[in-house]
Structure formats: structure tokens, C-alpha cells
Design a protein around this ligand. Structure first.
Ligand code: ZN
Length: 283
């Protein structure tokens, strides 16, 4: 958390800064564990101040400000980071400030409660090195079904674990992987190499449907309340979750079985043993 829908919601909220000029970038003094900021702030300032933001983009689970100089400022929220254009949830965890002119908003903030995220200014070459096709798969909203299948059809990994691999497909995390496989009716432990073409089509369709719907709801704000959109408002998709964090509840699809929780690669997976039975799908 946050995953593609939350970061895409932040990107859309922050897109208002397109066309603005950066007047200053500053670290905000903070008593907590410092976030990663690169390069050193003096160099950061020299390369960013006076530059115009020509586009606000997203690469996987990161928000990008593309500057007219060719450099990009990359905000990576990781677990608890937020990119905001309004007052933050509190001032204690404010980390980075971008002062702006020439547009509708005067300030853009990076806030991070646990401080695991980062703010980096990257040259076009560094951007390619870090997020080029050899490091990051196609975006989950853009990947084609055949490309997804080709990348994984030989793999013996469990499909749920494979969907979290950002080199295969970018943007899906632990929460949405469970939701996607429930909609697709695929058991999360099913080996990729055993999936049929029809099942790949179901997974691909579910990726699009779940992520687009979650973006429409502006992402999921879980019980820890950390995730907020760029205007410091909660998302709404947490009320629509089918299986995530619903162990013990009745499945909303079959209304018969109980949602179960298992652990795969040290992460919780939630699924319905009836709708996502391995045997039923094989026959
Ligand atoms: Zn079910």
C-alpha cells in the first residue's frame, strides 16, 4: 500500500501543477527517521529551481514530475507516503516541500508517516536505468493479455506471487492481487504454468476491471487511515473489497463459502475456496 489505484489517484490530484514553475524545493525539518532524498538538497535545488513542470506522470507505484529540463522528480510513497497539494494529515510527518508559481496551487508536499518512501531527482538516463523495461514490466492498466501470458506461462510460481513481481507487470500489490484473482475465479496458489489461455484472459480482464473501479473510488483507505488523496480525503474502495482482509466473512459472490486467509511469500492472501477452487477450474 499504496498500489496503482492510490498512486494514480494522487497523480490525478497533483496534475493541477502542470505548467507551474518550481520556485524552491526544501527538506522539511522532521524528528522522525529521514526519508531518502537524492541528490543532496543543494544539487537538487540547483537542478530543479526555475524549471517548469511540463507533465505529471506515474511509473508503477510512483508519481513523476517531468521538468522541461528533461529531469524528473520521482515521489515513491512505498508504505505510507502521500503527495499532496493541500494541508497534510498532520505537520509531524511532512518531509519535502515544492514551492510553485504560475499555477493554481502554490505548494506541493510529500508526507510520509513511516518514512520508507523517497524523493529523487533523476536525469533521463537514470530514469531509464531505474524504470526501463528491463527493471519494470508494462503498466497494469496497459499490459496486453498475450504479453502477460508470455511473461508467465513457463513460470512455476503461484499466480498471486507472480502478479506482485513489478518486473512482470507494474502497479499491482498485495491488496489488489487478491481482489483480481477472486474476480477471475482463480486459486491464488495455482502455478502460472498450469493456467489455460481462458484463465489468462479472465485474469487480464479482472486486472482492468478491479484497477479501473478502484481508481473511480479513489483507492482504498485501510483501517490505519494512512492513505489519502492529493486533497487529504479518504478513498472509498475499502467498502467494495471482495475478499481482502475479510477472512471469516461469507463470500460476496457465491454467498456460501467463507473467505480464507493464507500466507504466500510472507504476505497475506485472501480467497474463496469455493469460487477459486483449483479442481473446478481444471475440469
Ligand atoms: Zn465464493
Amino acid at each position: 500500500m499504496p498500489e496503482l489505484p492510490e498512486v494514480e489517484t494522487m497523480r490525478r490530484g497533483v496534475a493541477v501543477v502542470t505548467g507551474s514553475t518550481i520556485e524552491m524545493v526544501q527538506l522539511v525539518p522532521c524528528d522522525c527517521k529521514p526519508i531518502r532524498v537524492e541528490p543532496k538538497i543543494k544539487t537538487f535545488q540547483r537542478r530543479a529551481v526555475g524549471k517548469r513542470i511540463h507533465e505529471v506522470g506515474r511509473v508503477g507505484k510512483r508519481v513523476l514530475l517531468q521538468l522541461d529540463s528533461g529531469d524528473s522528480i520521482v515521489f515513491e510513497p512505498r508504505m505510507t507516503g502521500l503527495v499532496l497539494v493541500t494541508d497534510p494529515p498532520n505537520v509531524d510527518h511532512l518531509r519535502f516541500r515544492v514551492a510553485l508559481s504560475g499555477g493554481r496551487v502554490r505548494e506541493l508536499w510529500y508526507w510520509d508517516r513511516r518514512g520508507l518512501g523517497s524523493v529523487r531527482l533523476l536525469s533521463p538516463r537514470q530514469l531509464e536505468e531505474q524504470f526501463g523495461p528491463h527493471k519494470l514490466g508494462p503498466d497494469a492498466l496497459l499490459i496486453e493479455c498475450e504479453s502477460l501470458r508470455e511473461r508467465l506461462k513457463q513460470s512455476r510460481r503461484a499466480i498471486k506471487v507472480a502478479l506482485l513481481d513489478q518486473r512482470i507487470v507494474a502497479g499491482i500489490g498485495n491488496l489488489y492481487a487478491s481482489e483480481i484473482l477472486h474476480l477471475a475465479g482463480i486459486h491464488p496458489a495455482q502455478g502460472c504454468h498450469r493456467l489455460t489461455r481462458q484463465q489468462w484472459q479472465a485474469i487480464h480482464a479482472a486486472i482492468g476491471e478491479i484497477l479501473h473501479t478502484a481508481i473511480r473510488y479513489e483507492g482504498s483507505t485501510l483501517s490505519d487511515g494512512t492513505y489519502r488523496n492529493a486533497l487529504n480525503q479518504s478513498g472509498g474502495y475499502q467498502n467494495e473489497h471482495r475478499v481482502y482482509d475479510r477472512a471469516g466473512d461469507t463470500c460476496p459472490r457465491c454467498a456460501q463459502a467463507t473467505i480464507r486467509r493464507i500466507v504466500q511469500a510472507q504476505r497475506s492472501t485472501f480467497f474463496c475456496p469455493h469460487c477459486q477452487s483449483r479442481r473446478a477450474r481444471r475440469g
